[in-house]
Design a protein around this ligand. Sequence first.
Ligand SMILES: NC(=O)c1ccc[n+]([C@@H]2O[C@H](COP(=O)([O-])OP(=O)(O)OC[C@H]3O[C@@H](n4cnc5c(N)ncnc54)[C@H](OP(=O)(O)O)[C@@H]3O)[C@@H](O)[C@H]2O)c1
Length: 260
Amino acid sequence: MGKRILVTGGTGLLGRRVVERLERDGHDVRGLSRRPQPSPGWVVADLKTGQGVREAAAGMDVIVHCATAFGRGAEAAIAGRVVEAAGQAGAHLAYVSIVGVDRVPLPYYQGKLAAERLIERSGRPHTILRATQFHDLLRVLFAGAARSPVMPVPALRFQPVDAGDVADRLADLAVGEPLGRAPDFAGPQVRDARDLAGAFLRATGRRRAVVPVRVPGRTFRGYRDGGHLAPDRADGTVTFEDYLAAHPDPWATSYRGKRS
Ligand SMILES: NC(=O)c1ccc[n+]([C@@H]2O[C@H](COP(=O)([O-])OP(=O)(O)OC[C@H]3O[C@@H](n4cnc5c(N)ncnc54)[C@H](OP(=O)(O)O)[C@@H]3O)[C@@H](O)[C@H]2O)c1
C-alpha cells in the first residue's frame, strides 16, 4: 500500500529525484520548499524558522530529509526541526548524509555529523544513509577549473556517485523498516581527480594542462587518507563518463545545471 511521504529539499538535486521515484512507486508524496511550487502536492515551510513544518509533517508515515543548510550549526538546527516534526507525526525519518563525515573535519561535514547524532539520540525510528560525492559536484568543480588553460584539481581520489542512484537507494530505505545507520552507498569507481578531469575534458572536447594541487591542513589530509571513500560499498551503477554523456550541458557552472 502507498505511504504518505514528505520530502524536504524536494526541489534539490537529490530530493527532486527522490520525489519522482516515490511517486512512480505509487506513494502519496508531498514536497517541502520555502517557495510555492507550480505543481500540486507541495507545501511551503521553512526549516530554519520552523514556520509551517509541523503542519507539513502532520499525518505523514515517512519524512525523507534531503534539505540542507550551510553555516555554523545550521544543518543540525534544521535536522532538529525535522526530528521534532517526525516525532509529532510518528513518522520514520530517513536522512541523507555523507561518507566520511566522522573522518574529514570539514565544517559542513561536522554539521552533518551533529545532525546524524541528533537523529540517533532522538530514539525515534530513523534511517541514515551516507553517500559519496555526487557526479554533479565534481563536474562543477571541473567546469570552473577548466576556464583557465591550466586546470588545477585537488591531488585526491574520489568515488563519485549518481544522484539518481542515491535517490533510488534512499527511496527504498525510506519505505522499509527503520535501519538506524544503513550501509554506505558509493559510486562504482575510485579514481584520481586528475583522471576524472581527463574524462571531463574528453566529454567537452577541450584540452587543458591538468595540475594536481595539494593543500596543507587536516581536512585535505582526511580526504587524502580516503576518509570520504567506501570502496567496499561501490554499489552505484553510473560511471562519471556515463553521467557526462547523459548531461545536457556539462559546462554548466551551477550545481543544478545552469550556466552562470
Ligand atoms: N552534493 C553531494 O555530493 C552530496 C553527497 C552526499 C550527500 N549529500 C547530501 O544530500 C542532501 C541533498 O543535497 P543536494 O545537493 O540535493 O542539495 P541542494 O540541491 O543544494 O538542495 C538543497 C535543498 O534544501 C532546501 N532548503 C534549504 N534551506 C531550507 C530551509 N530553510 N527550509 C526548507 N528547505 C530548505 C532547498 O529547498 P528550497 O530552496 O526549495 O526551499 C533545496 O531543495 C544534503 O543533505 C547533502 O549533504 C550531498
